[in-house]
Design a protein around this ligand. Structure first.
Ligand SMILES: NC(=O)c1ccc[n+]([C@@H]2O[C@H](COP(=O)([O-])OP(=O)(O)OC[C@H]3O[C@@H](n4cnc5c(N)ncnc54)[C@H](O)[C@@H]3O)[C@@H](O)[C@H]2O)c1
Length: 235
């Protein structure tokens, strides 16, 4: 078990990639406080996973959400925090010239600002445990994809924040990396279609995040890790 006895916070854990993360973290021995606005899906996952997973219905754009989330994680799971995963994100696709302030607010409030507030609130706890943070970026920021300008601006800001924190907080023993999920390259899609049993939906991302959360990646910080079946190859 790669995350035995670790306590993790995962945002946006009720659905999508986050749901796969919560399941995999529990499977690897972690206790997980997961946060989402989707109450039905959150409670269902909590029921499925038992005592190691605790769901907290919270909007990560709400004032003071970071203290509430930290308190809930520490009170439920032994007073220590080892891993913070900033996975939740909402955004509305629009062409740049149609983007309004409300669209930017949606992207930045659920992305950059929530990520930053949770990072800042977790700092002292992660410094005590020599813990780690995993933030989420996107191919829309790396590549510049039409219709996704608001999300792209926000996701690239998260990468800048991650690099700075990796340098400033390294002395405290905190590692911070970015994972960048995406649609797989054509060759990898072909492989998946022809190896259905081996390729499990949504489980592609989770083992990579588990690795980043585990001590096995202790010599990695400030990095952007592509989890996209070879679609984008960073240089
Ligand atoms: N799926 C992809 O192909 C892809 C590609 C690039 C980047 N990403 C990134 O990966 C992460 C997960 O993506 P996904 O596809 O699983 O997203 P998703 O939309 O399926 O799930 C996001 C989760 O966050 C929750 N959420 C949204 N707003 C919230 C709020 N205000 N407070 C609390 N929870 C909130 C949603 O309810 C949902 O459960 C995101 O950061 C996304 O930008 C995904």
């Amino acid at each position: 078990m790669q995350l035995k006895d670790k306590t993790a916070i995962i945002t946006g854990g009720a659905a999508g990639i986050g749901k796969g993360l919560v399941r995999n973290f529990v499977k690897e021995g972690a206790n997980v406080l997961f946060v989402d606005i989707n109450e039905d899906a959150g409670l269902e996952l909590e029921k499925e996973l038992g005592a190691a997973a605790k769901f907290l219905k919270t909007d990560i754009t709400a004032v003071g959400m970071e203290e509430r989330i930290l308190t809930e994680a520490l009170e439920n799971f032994g007073g220590e925090l080892h891993i913070l995963v900033n996975n939740a994100q909402a955004s509305k696709p629009k062409l740049l010239l149609d983007v309004e302030q409300a669209d930017l607010d949606l992207s930045f409030n659920t992305g950059l600002w929530a990520t930053w507030k949770l990072m800042r609130a977790s700092y002292t706890h992660l410094a005590k445990t020599k813990g780690t943070i995993i933030n989420f970026a996107s191919d829309v920021g790396l590549e510049g994809v039409p219709n996704h300008g608001a999300c792209a601006m926000n996701k690239e800001a998260i990468r800048g924040l991650t690099r700075t924190a990796a340098k400033e907080w390294g002395h405290a023993g905190i590692r911070i990396n970015v994972i960048c999920p995406g649609t797989a390259a054509e060759d990898y899609k072909w492989w998946r279609e022809n190896h259905v049993d081996e390729a499990k939906e949504l489980e592609d991302i989770a083992p990579i995040v588990v690795f980043l959360a585990s001590d096995a990646s202790q010599y990695m910080t400030g990095q952007t890790i592509m989890a996209d079946g070879g679609s984008i190859m960073l240089r």
